[in-house]
Write a protein that binds this ligand. Structure first.
Ligand SMILES: Nc1ncnc2c1ncn2[C@@H]1O[C@H](COP(=O)(O)OP(=O)(O)OP(=O)(O)O)[C@@H](O)[C@H]1O
Length: 290
């Protein structure tokens, strides 16, 4: 099982959204992490054959996916960012409809629906209308429809947007249980969505993969740079303040800095939250200012 991005580039007029990206996916769960505008959706749309690359190729089992999109779409399941549901359909009717659209054999439809309802823990909701479901339930139906053809490649674009923490937790459990024998690619700007569930993480910034690897591997980029201290005595512009917490009667700052931020500062173990701030602090600040 191999999906390969080969020097992939996408330009919108003069705006380069994805630039010369090369990467190979094998079976497993991949988290693509990036701030808004990093190019996640553009990349997912190309891998879903919705957008053609400006340059470069996407190869599935060594064949260009755009040479035979019908064949490729047969192994693909997608949950796009703004997925449209039919409000008056019941969950089951909606899944039946999607099964037909995706060319699932008539004799297999019943079994496929049972399988995806079970995988997404929606058996009890099968007869309910889509319009009566919560956001989290709807996202589960979104995953269920993406799974209906038992895809080898599952692409989920920002699947947890709008979900509350409990629903996001449930989503991660579902992901962990369905992700073993296929390539699952999930994009998000929410660190917790992918921190522990993804086998590999890709950090995407301004259309390029800055970093990729297992959690521990990518965290090594800021090993020795994350500190906890009560005071910051060096130039504050040279540090990234991750957070401040009240601990044992004192305020404790967590900062990222190349050099020790004060004499009493202690080095602590980096987390993915720290790494995200390290790479995307400017974007996070800009969003806060707006
Ligand atoms: N149809 C389009 N026409 C022109 N520019 C576009 C178009 N779609 C995206 N872009 C630009 O391409 C860049 C990458 O956008 P993209 O939507 O892929 O990022 P993203 O990481 O998915 O962000 P978000 O989470 O906000 O969707 C951005 O600068 C965006 O403004």
């Amino acid at each position: 099982m191999k999906l390969e991005l080969n020097q992939l580039t996408k330009k919108y007029k003069n705006n380069v959204a994805i630039e010369q990206v090369s990467f190979t996916f094998f079976a497993g769960i991949y988290g693509i992490l990036g701030a808004n505008g990093a190019g996640k959706s553009t990349l997912m749309k190309m891998m879903s054959t919705i957008l053609a690359p400006t340059e470069g190729k996407i190869l599935w089992e060594d064949k260009d996916i755009f040479d035979d999109t019908t064949d490729y779409r047969g192994v693909l399941g997608v949950l796009p960012q703004n997925f449209g549901y039919y409000d008056d359909f019941t969950v089951k009717a909606f899944l039946e409809f999607m099964a037909v659209v995706k060319g699932v054999k008539k004799t297999d439809i019943k079994e496929s629906i049972q399988y995806v309802l079970k995988a997404t823990n929606l058996q009890k909701k099968a007869k309910e209308k889509m319009k009566s479901l919560s956001g989290g339930m709807k996202q589960r139906v979104g995953i269920a429809q993406a799974l209906i053809n038992d895809p080898k490649i599952l692409i989920l674009d920002e699947p947890t947007v709008g979900l509350d923490p409990e629903e996001r937790g449930r989503f991660r459990q579902i992901l962990a249980s369905i992700g073993r024998d296929r390539i699952v690619i999930l994009s998000t700007h929410i660190v917790q969505d992918v921190e522990y569930v993804a086998d590999k993480l890709l950090i995407l910034k301004e259309g390029k993969i800055l970093h990729e690897g297992k959690l521990e591997e990518i965290l090594s980029a800021i090993d020795g740079k994350v500190w906890e201290c009560e005071t910051i005595t060096i130039d504050k512009n040279k540090v990234i303040l991750c957070n401040t917490r009240f601990d044992n009667g004192h305020y404790l700052n967590r900062v990222i800095s190349d050099t020790s931020p004060s004499r009493e500062a202690k080095i602590v173990k980096p987390t993915l939250d720290d790494l995200y701030l390290y790479y995307f602090n400017d974007e996070t600040k800009a969003e806060e200012d707006n």
